[in-house]
Design a protein around this ligand. Structure first.
Ligand code: ACO
Length: 433
């Protein structure tokens, strides 16, 4: 196929250059601006990377206009229906679905890596009791970087694999520990007889003094939530992990940077913010008032769980979670008034001209909190649950970057708008600053 190009002309000098148009296996064409600075002496400007592809990736594909999400080519709807979280972890990291034997081995490895080093327990006591579990998770995750010196050669395939296994396996233990610490409750060790999601519920809720029975409906719902959050290509936290990793930094430190980024309410912290907002609304009759507030240009208020940088259509994960919310509430016989408020809010917003024009639809965070509440997860743990699911995405993207021969240290440019060069004035001579 002949190479496609586009011509960029500097209208001030008349100089034109031809740059390549790249085409991935799916998605829109991408202009390769790699030679623009060299040839024209200009940078490109794209705050928030709205138009800029920062890497090649074969992991996750999104078509935001059509509301499509695929992991390694498999539609999210099919994975949600037929797969489970650990199978999806295997798929994301290794690239293909496992055979039965590979899956059995992988499950066993993850199960057997779930205990954390005893020394790591000491880190928790340094945090204030009322610390947010995301703060603790971020800190303890960073601390992992000081524990595993045996597998820190990022250029070695086996070392990277061990790191991935440790991260996936230990995150639930670290996260449950963050919660138990904040409650002043004893930490529960993982139980190898339990599956991934059940084990997390066990570590969150069990006491040494009595038997704890994991609720199967809750475990199934949680596993699906982990699966739906597993990867989402170059979002803010994943791009952070890639940027941190591009300096060849310690992988646990890179993932910890991702945890910190995910925490923000414009990103993964939105699931907690949605519940706060629904509680504040308090009654379906007040939803219109809040929709109006979100439209008011003089207010900073936004409908949390609405809108997405990439999806200009219904987020396919939100569709699955909405359906699942109803099922979980029915199965667990939970009557959550916030679900009714959420549905009313969605109904009004989707008919509103402002939301239609700006293509603002519910995102993954809008209904996930309803399920998490129903299965007994406290609000402060919502973003931590997202973190557990997303860790496989981060580590898969990190591994892809490290093995990409063309990767270089990430180093954005800027449009400098500060003071021009000026002369230093000794303090005695300064009359104003
Ligand atoms: N409520 C009201 N108005 C909104 C909302 C919202 N939730 N989201 C976007 N808008 C409006 C903005 O005010 C802006 O209007 P303008 O063009 O008149 O200035 C326009 O829609 C575009 O919004 P941007 O902020 O420019 O879009 P961006 O792609 O940068 O941001 C984001 C996307 C951060 C998700 C945004 O929609 C938002 O803040 N949503 C609420 C928080 C949220 O739910 N975050 C979770 C996202 S999913 C995830 O990260 C896992």
């Amino acid at each position: 196929m002949p190479k496609k190009t586009v011509t960029i002309t500097d209208n001030n000098t008349g100089k034109s250059i031809e740059v390549d148009i790249l085409q991935g296996s799916q998605g829109p064409p991408v202009i390769d601006i790699g030679t623009v600075y060299k040839e024209l002496g200009m940078f490109t400007f794209d705050p928030g990377f709205v138009n800029t592809a920062a890497c090649e990736s074969a992991i996750t594909f999104i078509d935001g206009e059509k509301g499509v999400l695929q992991y390694r080519g498999y539609p999210i709807e099919q994975l949600a229906e037929h797969s489970n979280f650990l199978e999806v972890c295997y798929l994301l990291y290794y690239g293909d679905l496992p055979t039965r034997k590979q899956q059995k081995e992988f499950d066993s490895i993850i199960t057997r890596h779930s205990i954390i080093h005893e020394g790591l327990h000491d880190f928790y006591s340094g945090f204030r009791r009322d610390a947010h579990p995301m703060a603790i998770t971020c800190g303890v995750m960073g601390a992992l970087s000081s524990f595993y010196h045996d597998s820190l050669d990022i250029w070695d395939e086996r070392s990277r694999e061990i790191t991935a296994h440790r991260l996936i396996a230990k995150l639930p233990t670290i996260a449950a520990g963050a919660y138990r610490y904040s409650k002043g409750e004893p930490f529960a060790y993982p139980k190898n007889s339990l599956d991934y999601a059940s084990n997390f519920l066990h570590m969150m809720n069990s006491f040494p003094s009595e038997e704890y029975q994991v609720n199967e409906i809750a475990a199934k719902a949680l596993d699906l939530l982990f699966l739906l959050h597993a990867d989402h290509e170059q979002n803010a936290s994943t791009s952070t992990v890639r940027l941190a990793g591009s300096s060849q930094a310690n992988p646990y430190a890179c993932i910890s940077a991702g945890v910190g980024t995910l925490w923000g309410p414009a990103h993964g912290g939105a699931n907690e913010a949605v519940i706060k907002m629904l509680k504040e609304i308090g009654d379906p009759s007040r939803t219109k008032e809040f929709v109006n507030r979100a439209k008011d240009p003089s207010s900073n208020f936004r409908l949390m769980g609405f809108g997405h940088r990439v999806y200009k259509n219904y987020d396919p994960r939100a569709k699955i979670i909405r359906k699942m919310s109803k099922k979980v509430l029915d199965e667990l016989k939970v009557d959550d008034p916030l679900f009714e408020i959420a549905m009313k809010l969605e109904e009004i917003a989707l008919k509103d001209e402002y939301f239609i024009e700006k293509k603002l639809y519910p995102n993954v965070d809008f209904y996930s909190g309803i399920i998490l509440r129903a299965i007994g997860i406290p609000t402060t743990m919502f973003t931590v649950i997202f973190t557990i699911g997303r860790t496989i995405g981060w580590v898969s993207q990190w591994q892809e970057m490290v093995t990409d021969k063309s990767h270089r240290i990430g180093r954005p440019r800027q449009v400098y708008i500060g003071k021009r060069k000026r002369k230093y004035i000794p303090v005695a001579k300064r009359t104003k600053n």
